[in-house]
Design a protein around this ligand. Sequence first.
Ligand code: PLP
Length: 384
Amino acid sequence: MIYLDNAATSYPKPKSVYEKMLSCMKKYCANPGRGGHKMALDSGRAILKTRQIVADFFNIKNPMQIVFTKNATEAINIAIKGVLKEGDHVIITCMEHNSVIRPLKSMEKDKNIQLSIVKGNEFGEIDAEDIKKSLKENTKLIVSTLSSNVNGIIMPVKEMGTIAKEKGILFLVDASQGAGCIKIDVNKLNIDMMAFPGHKGLLGPQGTGALYVKEGIKITPMMTGGTGSSSESFMQPEIFPDILESGTLNTPGIVGLGCGIEFINSIGIENINKSKHRLVKIIYEELAELKNVKLYSKSDILKNSGSIAFNFDGVESTEVSYVLDKVYNVASRAGLHCSPLAHNTLKTINTGTVRLSVGCFNNFEEIKMTLKFLREISESINNV
Ligand SMILES: Cc1ncc(COP(=O)(O)O)c(C=O)c1O
């Protein structure tokens, strides 16, 4: 199969990810932080090692400020529900995923928070000045995706971070799309909290993700329970990461996540970015030549994290994706991609879009082959 659904989850993973996860499962997968015996200590050390790898990767000074979660959604929920109080105002962009919209919409209903959604242009590009215009006295939080999972458009995160810092407002970045190919320095970008999955661009397994919380931010845990620390107390420890990390962690998954990031470091994030963009550009340019195709993405390296969204005139996106899979053995994704807001922006809410999302293991031949198939589909539509 030609796998072009890397925005949903990356495939394949580096060989080292499979090997180290299996080795962890077979050799030392005891409960990390919950015992003094050798295997428990080895598990604990493996987790600590990944914490350090993640911290180095995003220039996070204190690795203890990284909280492991089961995916990006959990990390986003912990952040949003942990810092917002009744009556707070939040600003988000028009390209957010349901994992941002739904927690906020439920808080709007139940906790009386206020929500402003900043509009973008026809690609969902935001002018950071519009964030400024949406600020209110009670604005507590700005949330932005690093890049859209629908069309890959990259957000002006640096500018938003500067505004948030100037105004003393918290800034949460959903780095689900872009972590692993876009260089992120949480300090340079003034990011207060950052949620990211381990299973997409970071090349780790499913069931992994994390939340970074800047030191000093007051956050209420969404979940409490056993942490292996301060066990004499009935109350949740206040130290990081224990405050937000109750229950046994996914040790093999976290080991795999660490290996995924080490693999990215060994290749060089810039090289992964370049390779993805070479392929994105080819897809964009060849699709743009087809008369019955409408493109919803940009191909510029600074404007696209690796996804191309398109439709054939008058054809359901799901039908195209179905044919790609069943007839041509190409994995793509169609529909609304859990992002109705983004599809409202792109004016594709009724049709959805077909998404081809490239990963660091895709090559030129796979892309050329997929484009050949898409030309065949285009001609077959023309002949109907
Ligand atoms: C922009 C964005 N945010 C959040 C998520 C949710 O990620 P997860 O499935 O790891 O919770 C996704 C998943 O596709 C995404 O693309």
